[in-house]
Design a protein around this ligand. Structure first.
Ligand code: 3PY
Length: 249
């Protein structure tokens, strides 16, 4: 299956002045992990994060980007700016940005294409609401999100994309999908990707579970055949907790 990647999503947490030391802590705590270890930080923390991670096994990611190259987009940050800073990954389509910042499947697609063009690895988030799950339309919804996110992306580029399945009802609620619920959707995503591309491409794509993954529930989730890692919210803010997860992957 895809390469195992555990990525922290700090969201709007930690200060630039705390970042350098915290990344050093993460480097120490996660030493010996077999997966790729990534910390996605707020824009203002990225310079310190990149500096601290230099020469280590930890990679740095951003939590968003703009899909245009440059211009009159006050407050926005381009793929090239992130690349220039030494950033490797970038999250897009997180349900919080879909809810509060007008992120749509179309902007996710534009962002994914721009990130790939500039040599960044997109972490594309998808996931259903509780109402959609209860209505039995989880996979239909995810299929729309995935098809739109990957529109116009070649098989070679698709292999570089990371998909994060994050059920909205499990984000910031303390609720996690059961191992089987998470595997069912991640397996469904793999099947979708196989239909969109081919079996080899679908196998190469990392599919993460996200949504309150923590030191207690990570082992069961990560043991599932179609879960190749995690996008970690709260548990990425404590290096010891984060390291338990990176070592389980
Ligand atoms: C969570 O774990 O809450 C997340 O949203 C990870 O992205």
């Amino acid at each position: 299956m895809g390469k195992y990647i555990i990525a922290g999503n700090w969201k709007m947490n930690k200060l630039p002045s705390e970042t350098y030391d915290y990344i050093k802590e993460v480097i120490d705590a996660t030493k010996g992990s077999e997966c790729e270890v990534v910390c996605c930080t707020p824009f203002v923390c990225l310079p310190q994060a990149v500096e601290a991670a230099k020469g280590s096994h930890v990679k740095i990611g951003a939590e968003n980007l703009h899909f245009e190259d440059k211009g009159a987009f006050t407050g926005e940050v381009s793929a090239e700016m992130l690349k220039d800073l030494g950033v490797d990954y970038v999250i897009m389509g997180h349900s919080e940005r879909r809810e509060y910042n007008n992120e749509t499947d179309e902007t996710v697609n534009l962002k994914a294409k721009k990130a790939l063009e500039k040599g960044l690895i997109p972490i594309v988030c998808c996931g259903e609401s509780l109402e959609q799950r209860e209505a039995g339309i989880t996979m239909d919804w995810i299929a729309i999100q995935i098809k739109k996110a990957f529109a116009g992306i070649s098989a070679d580029d698709a292999k570089k994309v990371v998909v994060a399945y994050e059920p909205i009802w499990a984000i910031g609620t303390g609720k996690t999908a059961t191992d089987d619920q998470a595997e069912e959707v991640c397996g469904g995503i793999r099947e979708l990707l196989e239909n969109l591309y081919d079996a080899e491409t679908a196998k190469a794509i990392t599919i993460q579970y996200g949504g309150s993954m923590n030191p207690k529930n990570c082992a069961g989730l990560l043991a599932k055949p179609n879960i190749d890692g995690g996008l970690i919210g709260g548990a990425s803010l404590k290096s010891a907790d984060f390291a338990v997860i990176t070592k389980a992957a």
